[in-house]
Design a protein around this ligand. Sequence first.
Ligand SMILES: C[S@@+](CC[C@H](N)C(=O)[O-])C[C@H]1O[C@@H](n2cnc3c(N)ncnc32)[C@H](O)[C@@H]1O
Length: 250
Amino acid sequence: MASPAPQRDLKQLLSRGIRSGTVRLRRRMEDLNPQELRRSRADWPEVLERVPALRTVEHEIQRTRSELGAAHRDYCARIGHPVHAASLELVGLLRCLLQDRLEKGGPLRVVDLGSGFTSFALRSAAAGQPVEVHSVDDSPEWLEKTRAYLDAQGVNSENLHTWTNFGAAARKGTFDLVLHDMGFMDFRFETLDLAVDLAGPGGLVVLDDMHKREYRDQALQRLTERGIPAWSLKRATRDNLLRYAYLSLR
Ligand SMILES: C[S@@+](CC[C@H](N)C(=O)[O-])C[C@H]1O[C@@H](n2cnc3c(N)ncnc32)[C@H](O)[C@@H]1O
């Protein structure tokens, strides 16, 4: 006989609580991974050597918090979810990289793989500048949510593509800045080569969600096999959910 509804609700609540507690504990343990802590310390000077503008990333993140904090809270409450939406740390880093490349001379081409808050943040930073932003999603539903959100915010909603229609192979080497934050992690790894190859010579690639050990190990191994360098951005992008990104340079 099935248990009565209040008992079922309590069981569901308990098992949900245990599941989310386990996820949080696992994240916390992974955040203390000594190899990653060493790497984040050792890589930061290397990152600054290649992209000196990142010396001001903390300042840019603060500025992003004050300029986009309210929009981010609203996005997370109404549209996406904080677990899926990019953090303001990641957005601040992207804005810093964009500004740096603009100072070196435009026009620029940026691609945001995994649409959502990043699409809004990149497009609003690019407004009035010689920057073309493309946003891509493997999920047509999420792409349409992004389109509706951009339109509601009065932000340019051109160049939105599903991954299937984007034709990544034909766009090889045509972008100055690539964010890879698309889909679930298996798909993220499957599309890593194509994502990285979108960047042209000297182009920057930001790989988000590298706090996830399995994905990080696979991604770093693949990049090493291909002779493509990557550096931890944990120091700049670690957020309150203990997520962080890596940077790669073509
Ligand atoms: C990490 S999210 C991408 C987040 C995006 N860059 C942003 O800043 O909002 C990866 C994928 O999850 C999907 N997605 C985005 N928001 C979601 C949500 N709230 N719930 C479930 N899936 C979501 C989209 O298909 C997206 O490609």
